[in-house]
Design a protein around this ligand. Structure first.
Ligand code: ADP
Length: 211
């Protein structure tokens, strides 16, 4: 009886694990992309970075890329309508999967509401939203450093960086309350070595799934 119980419990855990859908949240330069890539390998998730998709389109000169570039180059968010349509087609393109990690999406309340609707239609949901908490002064230094090698023009001027931080405060920050209300929001200290931050992230994910 005990063995059976254990085996059911193990199966249940595996099923839940298979459906780990995570949002990695935070200000520009907080380390979302780096940490998402580490988490993706550990848990076998699909990693979707809206910034990467926009940049790929920009470098390929697609219509979407040309539109997105006008906003990205100023440090502004790309309009919701365009971003949401892009994200929907990305998600649909890799379904079914064993779970995904969203990096850089949602960044507005409208994007979050659209995501919830899309996932309901696919019989899925977001399990966890984990924010990387980093003070602005560290962010500005990190972004300027990254700008020296990344070739990203939005990382090369203080003005564009400040614009992105302003966009975060005005449009993205309200998502904290949105996801707190859904009881999915967790915040970890994003300052420290990559491994330290990754361990904190893994602790949050595992504490939610191993209880
Ligand atoms: P960072 O987090 O450092 O700003 P990203 O690569 O995530 O880097 O985003 C770069 C730019 O791409 C943003 O400044 C914005 O113009 C655009 N972008 C990315 N994700 C979104 C989104 N969800 N909504 C609107 N614009 C976005």
């Amino acid at each position: 009886h005990r063995d059976l119980h254990l085996s059911i419990r193990r199966q249940r855990q595996m099923c839940i694990r298979d459906r780990l859908n995570v949002i990695i949240f935070g200000k520009p330069g907080s380390g979302k992309g780096t940490q998402a890539a580490m988490i993706k390998d550990k848990y076998g998730l699909i990693h979707v970075s809206t910034g990467d998709v926009f940049r790929k389109n920009t470098s390929e000169g697609t219509e979407l890329g040309n539109i997105a570039k006008q906003y990205m180059s100023k440090g502004e968010l790309v309009p919701d309508k365009i971003t949401i349509a892009m994200l929907e087609s990305e998600i649909k393109s890799f379904m079914p999967c064993n779970g995904f990690i969203l990096d850089g999406f949602p960044r507005t309340i409208l994007q979050a509401e659209s995501l919830d609707k899309l996932l309901v239609n696919l019989n899925l949901k977001i399990d966890l939203v984990i924010a990387l908490d980093v003070p602005n002064k560290n962010l500005i230094n990190r972004l300027l450093e990254r700008g020296k090698t990344s070739g990203r023009s939005d990382d090369q001027s203080k003005e564009k960086i400040n614009k992105r931080l302003e966009e975060y405060d005005n449009k993205t920050k309200p998502l904290i309350i949105f996801y707190e209300n859904q009881k999915k929001f967790y915040s970890i200290d994003g300052v420290g070595s990559l491994t330290d931050v990754n361990n904190r992230l893994v602790d949050v994910i595992d504490s939610k799934y191993n209880d």
